[in-house]
Design a binder for this molecule. Structure first.
Ligand code: DAH
Length: 354
């Protein structure tokens, strides 16, 4: 075999080597005591005098080439072995591309709304999902007999609460007010913030809330709210209207209209439900707005003096507004989603659209 043929053979063989065993085989066959290089060297004495030097040099070059090929392959194999100790597999195969994810539509809407209020000077605060009955209800001026305190409307924690749920209605009234529960709204963070800070303050609170509702296209036992409130001397209802108008127009566009409908919440007085003109039919009436032309987006009002009393604020000196909105509802309107369950099923065909 001439040197050129051997070179081609080496080049093709080395490519297929992917284990230390095969590499050792290769080394022995070419560089071993009876290997090809040794055979070639053995031929030198039988060559005519004038050809010996050149041939010897060619064999030497070939030997060096083989040595460096082996060294290179050795490194490659060791690197591969570090990744997979048991089997090398096909280390020439392309890697697995990691798909990049993105923010969940609910997270995006929360971020967007918090940013809007942040620009108006509100800071973002979070509170725990497990709350005391006091913060969730009593501190917010929600009386003991209020239906939302019923075990069928709030997830109370602990076995005793489950037993209470099985009894007759008249026995279901809690005897104590210090049970723990999964917060049913983000409003209890009002109590936490006001107890730990003095006015002036302006805060928004995003977070999860829980209610034992039967799940359907518009109900989920867990959903998200944003609570907002501002307290200082001389805070007026017009401040509430101004802040909410900036919010609604930033999220739904400059052309939408807002209306405040009188309503009742125990923790605000006066209270209102706030609607925007339907973003689908522009107020003419369609199936999304139930032919009304208006969409309810949040509840709001002036903080009740009793709430101030509970947190130790001087209700003669301070006034404040508060509002609470459901994130899923805003996201559904904004993106035209007709089933709340889609947010929580983790179906990538849905999530990839945002
Ligand atoms: N907490 C109320 C709810 O979950 C929403 C709400 C209404 C919050 C009026 C407020 C408010 O702060 O002023 O239904």
């Amino acid at each position: 075999m001439d040197i050129e043929t051997i070179k081609t053979q080496i080049d093709s063989e080395i490519q297929n080597i992917n284990s230390p065993e095969k590499l050792e085989d290769f080394r022995v066959r070419f560089l071993g005591r009876k290997g090809i290089i040794a055979q070639l060297t053995g031929r030198i004495p039988s060559l005519p005098q004038q050809e010996r030097a050149e041939f010897g040099q060619q064999v030497n070059t070939l030997k060096n080439k083989i040595l460096s090929l082996i060294e290179e392959k050795q490194k490659f194999i060791t690197a591969g072995l570090i990744q997979s100790k048991t089997s090398l597999g096909d280390i020439s195969m392309p890697g697995i591309v990691q798909e990049l994810g993105h923010l969940h539509p609910i997270t995006r809407v929360i971020d967007e709304i918090c940013t809007i209020f942040n620009r108006m000077g509100f800071s973002v605060v979070e509170g725990p999902e497990i709350e005391t009955e006091y913060n969730n209800f009593t501190g917010l001026n929600i009386p003991l007999e209020h239906p939302s305190r019923d075990v069928f409307d709030t997830f109370y924690l602990g076995a005793r609460c489950a037993v209470l749920g099985a009894r007759k209605t008249e026995n279901r009234k809690p005897k104590t007010e210090n049970r723990l529960l999964l917060r049913s709204h983000t409003s209890p963070v009002q109590i936490r913030v006001m107890k730990s800070r003095k006015p002036p303050l302006a805060v928004v609170v995003p977070g999860r809330v829980y209610r034992p509702d039967a799940v359907d296209a518009s109900h989920s036992f867990m959903f998200h709210q944003i609570e907002g409130f501002m307290v200082d001397e001389n805070i007026r209802f017009s401040d509430l209207k101004g802040a909410l108008e900036v919010f609604a127009k930033s999220v739904f566009g400059k052309d939408i209209k807002m209306r405040f409908r009188p309503h009742f919440f125990p923790f605000t007085e006066p209270s209102a439900e706030v609607d925007i003109s339907c973003i689908i039919c522009k107020g003419k009436g369609c199936s999304v707005c139930g032919r009304k032309g208006w969409l309810e987006i949040l509840g709001a009002g002036m903080i009740h003096p009793n709430v101030f009393k509970h947190v130790g604020y001087d209700a003669e000196k301070y006034t404040g507004f508060a509002f609470g909105l459901g994130i899923e509802r805003i996201a559904m309107l904004k993106y035209g989603i007709d089933d709340i369950r889609l947010f929580f099923e983790n179906d990538l065909r849905f999530l990839r659209q945002f």
